[in-house]
Design a protein around this ligand. Structure first.
Ligand SMILES: [Zn+2]
Ligand SMILES: [Zn+2]
Length: 179
């Protein structure tokens, strides 16, 4: 395992959030889509379920997407900014069956602030162990999705199985045609 479990979960959740904005159609068009995302990634804590909350999450999504276009030094400025803006105060907590992990915001802080700090703490881990190169864009030509490679041998190239299978099938077909 490259990172602690909670860091890996946060990195995957952040990539998933960024990817809702990288498909040809907007994948987080309304509060219902946000609700589904929150349920899928098992976010707890307070919600307002309104347009303002969605707008704040979408603003955060744009800022986080830039991590995949930055150098580690540039990412440090963003990560420190996110932590400072939300007045992050790291605390070890245990809840809902999860063992000890860090929350750096209170459960009643606005959702976008909690998501921002959670992502910032995880990327702080990545940067401080010199693993920023694990941030990738999917290797499929027709896919812009981002990923954080959490594999042991740093070999992950695709955002998910769908892209990996599609590219592998295409490569197989072109080999067969060529021979
Ligand atoms: Zn928690
Ligand atoms: Zn992909």
């Amino acid at each position: 395992m490259a990172f602690t479990h909670d860091t890996e979960l946060s990195l995957s959740a952040t990539a998933a959030l960024v990817n809702t904005g990288r498909a040809p159609v907007e994948e987080m068009p309304d509060v219902a889509a946000l609700d589904q995302f929150i349920a899928d990634w098992e976010w707890t804590g307070s919600r307002t379920h309104d347009k303002a909350e969605l707008a704040a999450v979408l603003r955060l999504r744009s800022r986080l997407a830039r991590l995949w276009e930055m150098t580690a030094d540039e990412a440090v400025v963003l990560v420190n900014g996110l932590l400072a803006e939300a007045n992050a105060l790291p605390q070890l907590v245990k809840h809902d069956g999860w063992d000890y992990h860090i929350h750096a915001t209170s459960p009643d802080a606005p959702l976008a602030n909690r998501m921002a700090v959670d992502a910032a703490m995880a990327f702080a881990d990545v940067i401080r162990v010199g693993e920023f190169g694990r941030l990738r864009v999917c290797a499929a030509d027709d896919c812009q999705d981002v990923l954080v490679d959490l594999s042991k041998n740093r070999s992950r190239r695709f955002c998910g199985l769908t892209c990996a299978n599609r590219v592998n099938v295409a490569a197989y077909r072109s080999r067969r045609t060529a021979s």
